[in-house]
Design a protein around this ligand. Structure first.
Ligand code: EPS
Length: 371
């Protein structure tokens, strides 16, 4: 099993990550990992903190001559944005962890909460996810993401083609459809002018997924449950739906379920309303889910709150903030999916070395061809 933990604070020395149980002999492509970190940083609507940071990974352990060794991989990303005045926060922001965190840990104010609840931590998750993507690449498994909604502006078409999905990387708001891009940028500019923030919806797609990841046998083995857990753990995420998702409630069973066909390549479906998972098991179709991110709770136009010390009605404390981080959440969600999938590959196919996984994988795939 691959596990990981992160440590670090938003304005502390940096972020650290330990990935444990990662198989040996995988080429550790630092350039690729740094590119992934950059994908998270860009995006229209981020704060000027992103101009300050140039996230780069430093490896402390687990790699020898460019390859993973099977030992715990220890990583660090140094923070540059440490020059903020770390004043105590006694006017908690509605929607942030400020109040609940302060009360829970018996702090004087929310500073200690903010430093760790900050989405800065997701930089390390992207580093971990990109290491997992290096493993998935060995099996041609790819993970894509794009923005399908910011505020009330929604992309007009559903795209699934890999080439089209790639084009999201060329858009500053990670949309595929150019007309929507302009409307979204306008919407973000408007929100900024009004001293407000915006959320949205992202879609994440896993391609080339083998049949049989996850299991129906118990609640904690179900693949969709594991993905949902990992996605819901991203700051700001309020919901996730797979395949047709909530729309399924409007359908009759006959309009919902993906009928099964067979040809020379084996079993297949003509539709993918299930989002690639049935009964907690991958069915060989693309894994497709959407996640909703709430608007960022740090508003220039602050909301009403209560001072933790004086109990007076006040307005929430403002600190530099993004107007919209939905494009960045795409990359974090890709990373969490990559982690879950890499972990499933290791669990199903044996996880000590990449050679072991490959051999077991190819036996399984050739057996499937005879079914
Ligand atoms: C964040 C607040 C901002 C964001 C930060 C998340 O940082 P600061 O408090 O320094 O202005 O820019 O995001 C990142 C630093 C990042 O790397 O994504 C928050 O409060 O969640």
């Amino acid at each position: 099993m691959i596990r990981f933990l992160t440590g670090g604070e938003s304005h502390g020395e940096g972020l650290i990550g330990i990935i444990e149980g990662f198989p040996s002999n995988v080429y550790f492509d630092i350039e690729y990992i740094n590119k992934e970190l950059n994908r998270r940083q860009v995006g229209y609507g981020r704060s000027n903190r992103m101009d300050m940071e140039q996230d780069e990974i430093k490896v402390l352990s687990g790699i020898n001559k460019g390859y993973t060794t099977g030992n715990p991989i220890s990583l660090i990303i140094k923070n540059r944005g440490t020059n903020i005045d770390l004043v105590e926060i006694t006017k908690p922001r509605p929607g942030h962890g400020d109040l609940a965190g302060t009360l829970k840990y018996n702090h004087k104010g929310a500073r200690n909460v903010v430093e760790r609840a900050s989405a800065r931590e997701t930089a390390m998750r992207v580093a971990v996810g990109s290491v997992c993507k290096l493993l998935l690449k060995k099996f041609e498994i790819k993970v894509y993401s794009h923005v399908i909604k910011i505020g009330d502006i929604e992309v007009s078409m559903k795209y699934k083609d890999e080439k089209e999905l790639e084009t999201a990387n060329n858009s500053s708001v990670r949309v595929i459809d150019k007309d929507t891009e302009e409307l979204i940028i306008k919407k973000i500019k408007q929100a900024k002018k009004e001293e407000d923030t915006l959320g949205g919806v992202v879609e994440v797609i896993g391609k080339n997924i083998p049949v049989g990841l996850g299991s129906y046998t118990n609640w904690d083995r179900k693949l969709d449950a594991k993905i949902a857990h990992s996605i819901m753990s991203i700051p700001g995420i309020k919901g996730i739906e797979f395949g047709l998702g909530f729309e399924a409630s409007n359908r009759l069973g006959s309009q919902m379920h993906d009928e099964i066909f067979y040809d020379l390549n084996g079993f297949y479906r003509k539709t993918n309303n299930a989002g690639g998972i049935e009964a907690g098991v991958s069915n060989g179709e693309d894994i497709v889910f959407r996640a909703v991110m709430k608007p960022i709770p740090t508003l220039r136009k602050s909301l009403k709150t209560v001072d933790i010390d004086t109990k007076e009605d006040v307005i929430a404390q403002f600190e530099r903030s993004d107007v919209c981080a939905v494009p960045s959440v795409c990359i974090v969600a890709e990373s969490m999916l990559a982690y879950v999938l890499a972990n499933e590959m290791v669990s199903k196919f044996g996880g000590d070395s990449i050679e072991e996984i490959k051999s077991s994988f190819s036996n399984y795939m050739s057996d499937l061809k005879n079914r």
